[in-house]
Every structure is written in C-alpha cells, then in structure tokens.
Design a protein around this ligand. Structure first.
Ligand code: FAD
Length: 340
C-alpha cells in the first residue's frame, strides 16, 4: 500500500486527497503538508480568495476538467454536511464573440437547463449569452469543510514549508508525492517551474440578499457577479481583474471603483433592488481583497515524474479555474498512478 504526501492545502491539494481516498488509499496513509492552511490569508494562497463560480465557457482544452467537476460535485457535496460551501444557482455568461456550434454543443451536452440568450442592448460588447444551472462555491468554507472531512477519515495534516520536493518523501515515509503547490511551484526546490506565474485579482465583497444568481461578461475586462452559497451575510462577490505577473497583495480604491462601475452596468439589479438604496454609494461593502491565481504558460501541469526517491505527480497551474476544473484535474492526476 502506497504512503502518500500531498504538498498543498489549496483546493487542488484537497480535491486530490479526496479522490485518493475515493480510489482506495486509506486516509491514514495520506499526509497533507502545507505552508498555508484553510483559515490563513496570504497572497501565496489563492484558494480563500476565489469567488468562486463555475464557468462553462472556458477554453476547449480545459473543458473536460470542468465537465468532470460538474458531474462529480454532488457526490462530494453530500459528504460535507448541511452547509458544504457548494451551491447551485443560475449563471449567465455574456461573451464578446459567438463561439462555434461544436463548442456550444460540448457545453450543452453536460450542463443542466442550457439556453442561449440575447444580451441586453446596453451591453455593447456582448454578442451572446449562455445561461445554465451552475455550481457556485463559498471558497473559504469549502476548503475548511473539505479539510475537516479528510481529517475525519484519518488524513494527517502538518503546517510546514517544504524547501525541496524530495523532502516531501521523508514526511510520511512516502513513495508517492503529489505536488499541488500553486504559485509555490515557482520557488519549490526541484520544481522551480519557469512557466508558472501569479495572476492578481481584486474583488469586492458586498452584502446583497436580493442577488440569487451569477452574471459575467468576458470581453477586454473580466466582470462578474457571484452569489456566494451558505453565507450568513448574504455575500455577493464582485470582480474583477486578471493581472498576469502581479503578486501584489494590496488593494486599491481605484480598482474597487472600477469593479463597482462595471458590475452595476452589467447587472443593474445590484442597485435596483438593493435594500439600502439605489446608488453605488448605497452598496454594503463588507471587504475588499486581492489574491493571486496560479497561472501557467501552456495551462495546467498534470504530469507523472519517476525519480530515484519515488514517484511525483504534479498537479498545479489551475489559474482562475481551480474550483471549477480542479476535480477533473485531480482525477486525471490520480489516474496517472491509480486506475479508477
Ligand atoms: C480573485 C480570485 C478570484 C477567483 N475566482 C475563481 C472562480 O470564480 N472560480 C474558480 O474556479 N477559481 C477562481 N479562482 C482561482 C482559484 O482560486 C485557484 O485556481 C485555486 O485556488 C488554485 O488552488 P491551488 O490549490 O492550486 O493553489 P493555492 O490555493 O495557492 O494553494 C497552494 C498550496 O500549496 C502550499 N505550498 C506552496 N508551496 C509550498 C511549499 N514549498 N511547502 C509547503 N506548502 C507549499 C500553499 O501553502 C498552499 O497550501 C480565483 C482566484 C482569485 C485570486
């Protein structure tokens, strides 16, 4: 029986550990080692900052990962108790180009209640809308729930920074290591991936009980409104930015203003039905945060590497899709060493 170390307690390390246990590795044989854990906040830890919403309209190469995630989330959700941090809402994605029919057919094939909608006339850059029943995530709650679930089935967890990937084998007397280090892959010894880079995003979290869905517009900017599930404050996430190469944890007032302007233009309901008034000034801002997505030139790295010390499976570079693609990514990573 393999003993496994998983580097990383972001959504990718946690999805990976969950699937290892589903594929027959006993929890007691798995150890998660991570510098940052659920509850922590750091620009080096993307997972707590994600909106996080499910997008069906992603590049075709990553579509199988989002499909797998969509089709397998209910099983995970059922294990996480009454407030899992995973919900279902309707999502409308407006696109500035009309995708070809074969791409749309692939989306229609796996999402529920798919329909194409006409964008409202005031959205000048939108050419088409794709609406469907989507998943949505309360990212801090989900990673915390997932870690607690894994601990309850015997997985051990240690807070520690690993300097060289080979050191991870010593952690659990392991012969198998999963590298789910996110932006840590830029500096982790033995990996130091030159293709990895951070992509900063800033989001504004508001209280908005009247918002029950997700709406986004993908044009030159990335503008999105995400209903956060299982949130006692009725949180809604407004974003955002994709700033490649930027690792700045600070937040900026001018970015907040830009986000509020874009999101209220995209979805006027934010103001129209707001319980405290109908102007941007009336929105109830709870906090403003910035995080860094683990970007990677050429996309995710899911790869097996056999070394003298043991087997390493890399699973990182999820960029802005860790929640929506991560279960599919992790399934492929686990498949490299354990057949389902
Ligand atoms: C503003 C924003 C909005 C987003 N919105 C969405 C969204 O709507 N939908 C979506 O799907 N995704 C979204 N994302 C992206 C999502 O957050 C990431 O894809 C995901 O969190 C990546 O997870 P990860 O586990 O790879 O990395 P991380 O969460 O960064 O975790 C990396 C882990 O590795 C550990 N680690 C790294 N190096 C070492 C080391 N040397 N030793 C020990 N431990 C180490 C870290 O401590 C951490 O535990 C968003 C991100 C941001 C910033």
């Amino acid at each position: 029986m393999s003993k496994v170390t998983v580097i990383g307690a972001g959504i990718i390390g946690l999805y990976t550990t969950y699937l290892l246990t589903e594929r027959g590795i006993e929890g007691k044989n798995i150890k998660i080692v991570a510098e940052f854990l659920p509850g922590d906040q750091s620009i080096k830890y993307a997972s707590p900052y994600a909106g996080a919403y499910f997008s069906a309209c992603i590049d075709e190469e990553h579509l199988p990962y989002s499909r797998y995630t969509y089709e397998n989330l209910d099983k995970l959700k059922a294990k996480l108790g009454p407030t899992p941090g995973i919900g279902n809402v309707y999502s409308t994605e407006y696109l500035d180009e009309i995708p070809d029919d074969s791409y749309l057919a692939k989306i229609k094939d796996f999402v529920e209640d798919y329909e194409l909608v006409e964008p409202p006339a005031y959205l000048k850059t939108a050419k088409v809308g794709v609406r469907y029943k989507a998943f949505v995530f309360n990212s801090p709650l989900l990673i915390s729930n997932l870690l607690e679930y894994l601990k309850s089935i015997g997985v051990t967890v240690e807070r520690k920074k690993i300097n060289h990937i080979n050191d991870a084998f010593k952690e659990n007397d392991a012969d198998l290591v999963f590298n789910c280090s996110g932006t840590g892959s830029m500096t982790l010894g033995g990996v130091e991936d030159p293709k990895s880079f951070p992509t900063r995003g800033q989001v504004v979290v508001i209280r908005a009980p009247h918002i029950k869905e997700c709406v986004s517009l993908w044009d030159d900017a990335s503008t999105y409104i995400i209903k956060r599930p299982d949130s006692i404050n009725h949180e809604v996430i407004l974003g955002g930015f994709y700033q490649a190469g930027n690792f700045d944890a600070n937040t900026y007032g001018f970015e907040t203003e830009d986000i509020l302007r874009r999101t209220t233009q995209l979805f006027p309901k934010l103001l129209e039905d707001n319980e405290t008034g109908n102007t941007i000034k009336d929105l109830q801002i709870l906090r403003v945060v910035a995080g860094a997505r683990p970007g990677r030139e050429g996309g995710v790295r899911i790869e097996k590497e056999v070394t003298n010390t043991g087997t390493i499976v890399h699973n990182y570079g999820a960029s802005g899709s860790g929640y929506l693609c991560g279960l599919g990514m992790s399934s492929k990573a686990v498949d490299l060493v354990i057949k389902s």
